[in-house]
Design a protein around this ligand. Structure first.
Ligand code: TRP
Ligand code: ZN
Length: 468
């Protein structure tokens, strides 16, 4: 990434302030959190990371991780100090623009005070050296993420807060960046990550290998991953020529073979349905059952705990458009991820001799009024422990089906493509989405308002729609 020189021209106000303080930029500390409605301390204010270069070494025998993280970031204000999110681990030292910086830990916040204050607009490089046994984080809903030990290695998973367990950063979905991830592991195991493999270099005497991965499209840190262990890897291409890289735990190889053979076909169908595939490679990582409690849409190659079925493969790959390329602005907007990914499953069924989306909708609607699916509106989970509950998934998909019924198939299928195309590599929230749908369907504004009121924001089970 190109480095910007310090701006030479200071504004009159800045000059006056600087003079009053005896020289230098009079910056203030960046915020310690981005006030996410569910995870207020997640992320940090005052800067924007554009690139992470992570150099990691992990030994499955000792469980120790040693890392150097180099962050390229731009100051969004005059900064006297800024925070990074980091959970556990011990920091050995921090530099900013090659000069030693003061750093302090409090909980999951690492505060960095650079030697020189950072003027707004300045692009700076922060290097954090750290090590330790990375921790497993238990989410508010009881699921486990962060660093998960496996039989022969480990899995780094980050939704919603786990990436801070293995690298320091601005761990909020709103700050996306490119990545270069190098992982050194002992002989006998391999390291798989996001993006494309650019090298596998053995050390002298062959005791270890460094696998280097490059992510050239912006990525939210919660979909960053590293999988360390024994894997059978396989490369191919989709019919459209997108490189496929799969890594499968040998114990899951037999069970995965048939479903992974369909991965190119799934990506191809999704490309026809959702528009151009947003990234430069695809694939999957199949760990063992129980290595994680859930599948995750890690960018380029989702992680599955055991062989997925086709529906789950469709779901996680649909997230590459809805979630990974168009990313929620905050964790309140989760339904934009899960509603679309669930609707992708319904559409796959509809177009592959299964139930129609209407039948899936009807089956969901049949849930009794006191069922979990009606517990809260998809656009407003009551707390962090509910962001992955069924209203976000199933009722989220029902919102999309109601849009389809309101605007008709032609406009709905156009929307499935234009929404991710127009927000490619960006962030969006619920209001951005509803405003977008209304703009695309100006004659249906009133009917859409009803959909938002009843299905997206309404409490309890909505009345049965009169138009099927
Ligand atoms: N996003 C995953 C999926 O449905 C599920 C998931 C894993 C999740 N961890 C989470 C959802 C944490 C919300 C929060 O594909
Ligand atoms: Zn999902």
């Amino acid at each position: 990434m190109r480095r910007h020189p310090r701006p030479l021209v200071l504004t009159a106000v800045a000059l006056l302030t600087a003079a009053a303080c005896g020289g230098g930029v009079h910056g203030s500390p960046g915020a310690s959190g981005l006030r996410d409605p569910y995870f207020p301390k997640l992320g940090n204010g005052g800067y924007d990371v554009t690139h992470y270069a992570l150099n990691l070494a992990y030994d499955p025998d000792t469980h120790r991780l040693k890392g150097t993280a180099t962050l390229t970031a731009t100051a969004l204000q005059d900064l006297s100090a800024f925070n990074l999110d980091l959970r556990g681990l011990t920091v050995a030292g921090v530099t900013v623009d090659k000069k030693r910086a003061v750093s302090r830990r409090a909980g999951s916040e690492l505060t960095v005070r650079p030697f020189d204050e950072l003027p707004k607009g300045h692009t700076f490089r922060t290097v954090v050296r750290y090590s330790g046994e990375p921790v497993t984080i238990t989410d508010p809903d009881g699921s486990e993420e962060g660093w998960l030990r496996t039989a022969d290695g480990a899995l780094g998973l980050g939704e919603p807060t786990g990436s801070m367990a293995w690298f320091p950063g601005n761990h909020h979905p709103s700050d996306k960046a490119t990545y270069a991830i190098a992982v050194t592991v002992p002989k006998g195991v391999r390291a798989v990550s996001n993006g494309e493999l650019t090298g596998a270099k053995r050390s002298a005497y062959g005791k270890s290998t460094t696998y280097t991965w490059r992510v050239t499209q912006p990525m939210a840190s919660y979909v960053a991953t590293v999988a360390i262990g024994k894997f059978e890897t396989h490369t191919s291409r989709t019919p459209a020529g997108i490189p496929v890289y799969t890594a499968v735990d040998p114990e899951e190889a037999e069970a995965s073979e048939k479903v992974l053979a369909r991965l190119p076909e799934v990506v191809d169908w999704e490309t026809r349905t959702f528009g151009p595939y947003p990234f430069s490679s695809t694939g999957a990582i199949v760990a063992r059952e129980g290595d994680s409690g859930y599948a995750l849409e890690t960018q380029n190659r989702p992680v599955f705990p055991g062989a997925p079925d086709v529906g789950l493969l469709v779901h996680e790959l649909a997230h590459q458009w809805y979630g990974d390329s168009v990313t929620p602005k905050s964790w309140r907007d989760m339904w934009l991820n899960e509603g679309f990914a669930t609707y992708a499953e319904w559409l796959w069924e509809e177009q592959h001799d299964g139930d129609s989306a209407q039948e899936s909708f009807d089956a969901a609607y049949d849930h009794a009024a006191d069922s979990a699916v009606w517990a809260f509106p998809p656009a407003d989970p009551p707390s962090a422990s509910h962001i992955s509950d069924s209203p976000v998934y199933t009722r989220g998909a029902m919102v999309l089906h109601r849009i389809r019924k309101t605007v008709g198939d032609a406009r709905f299928f156009a929307l499935l493509k234009s929404w991710p195309a127009d927000h490619k590599y960006g962030n969006a929230d619920t209001h951005d989405f509803t405003a977008y749908v209304e703009r695309a369907n100006p004659t249906k504004k009133d009917a859409l308002a009803e959909v938002w009121k009843d299905w997206l924001y309404g409490k309890g089970k909505p009345d049965e729609p009169d138009t099927p």
